[in-house]
Design a binder for this molecule. Structure first.
Ligand SMILES: NC(=O)c1ccc[n+]([C@@H]2O[C@H](COP(=O)([O-])OP(=O)(O)OC[C@H]3O[C@@H](n4cnc5c(N)ncnc54)[C@H](O)[C@@H]3O)[C@@H](O)[C@H]2O)c1
Length: 262
């Protein structure tokens, strides 16, 4: 018996990184899964790989910035697998730079793909979940929801919005059987980390050392938390912003001590 036998899950940004790890984990515990992404080649290949491992899995092309495409992805999950129980709004794209230099269209697209898309995902998934008597929504935020980050204002702003929007979903739909939580990862070893590393003044090793565990987080470690939040084990958790950061935000390190030496 898997924790998600008979359940149907949809993950956006599911062709890579955290989304792919989450789909793999949910499928391994019995869920039928739908991978939604703009990367058709990677998504199709990944869904085929999941099917080969015995899972009921499909890929749907979906730009999360387009409401009609998000609605179509949910409809596909319902048609193919009979309903929807789990929605993980996880895709991201962000512009950045000095506030006075950010092109307005980059700002708009960042907010659209990371915040409005989470609204689209919830708006589309909730009616399908209500049909099943409830469900679980997990929205990927970031520890950057809780503080500023140089040259990343569209990202930090969108992720802060995700945290509070998720609380709203939780309070509006809790009595109808839907739980909604956000997760706030530290640095996770995905292609997004590779992009971060090219812009950062820190080396990858220095970025890893920011975490109390002395390393960056594996996508599977985020996936296991998403799976927990979607499971009955988390039946009393809703409206939470769950920090999964290997202790990165546990220290302000004002004294500048090196935990390896001092
Ligand atoms: N990697 C990290 O360090 C880190 C830290 C905190 C939060 N996050 C968040 O985790 C989530 C997943 O990031 P990741 O690290 O796995 O990145 P990733 O780059 O590995 O995966 C992102 C996926 O999103 C897809 N995508 C991009 N734009 C899309 C769109 N418009 N519609 C649908 N899909 C789209 C990409 O094709 C890709 O498959 C993001 O919300 C990100 O902000 C990542």
């Amino acid at each position: 018996m898997g924790r998600f036998d008979g359940k149907v899950a949809l993950v956006t940004g599911g062709a890579s990184g955290i989304g792919a790890a989450t789909l793999r984990r949910l499928a391994s515990e019995g869920a039928a899964v739908v991978c939604a992404d703009i990367d058709d080649e990677r998504g199709e290949t990944f869904a085929a790989e999941l099917r080969e491992s015995g899972a009921a899995a499909s890929f749907v092309h979906c730009d999360v910035g387009e409401l009609s495409q998000v609605e179509a992805a949910v409809a596909r999950a319902v048609e193919e697998h009979g309903g929807l129980d789990i929605m993980h709004n996880n895709a991201a794209w962000s512009g950045g730079g000095w506030v006075a230099d950010i092109p307005p269209e980059d700002w708009d697209r960042s907010i659209r793909i990371m915040l409005t898309a989470v609204f689209y995902g919830c708006r589309s998934a909730i009616p399908a979940m209500l049909e099943r008597g409830g469900g679980s929504i997990v929205n990927t935020a970031s520890i950057e929801a809780f503080g500023g980050e140089m040259l990343a204002s569209p990202y930090t702003t969108a992720k802060a919005g995700v945290v509070n929007f998720t609380r709203n979903v939780a309070i509006e739909y809790g009595r109808k059987g839907i739980r909604a939580n956000s997760i706030c990862p530290g640095i996770v070893d995905t292609p997004m980390f590779d992009v971060m590393a090219t812009f950062s003044k820190r080396t990858r090793k220095e970025m890893a050392e920011l975490h109390a565990i002395g390393r960056v987080i594996r996508p599977e470690e985020i996936a296991s938390v998403v799976a927990f939040l979607c499971s009955e084990d988390a039946s009393a958790i809703t409206g939470a912003a769950l920090v999964v950061d290997g202790g990165l935000t546990a220290s302000l390190n004002l004294g500048g001590h090196d935990p390896l030496i001092d």
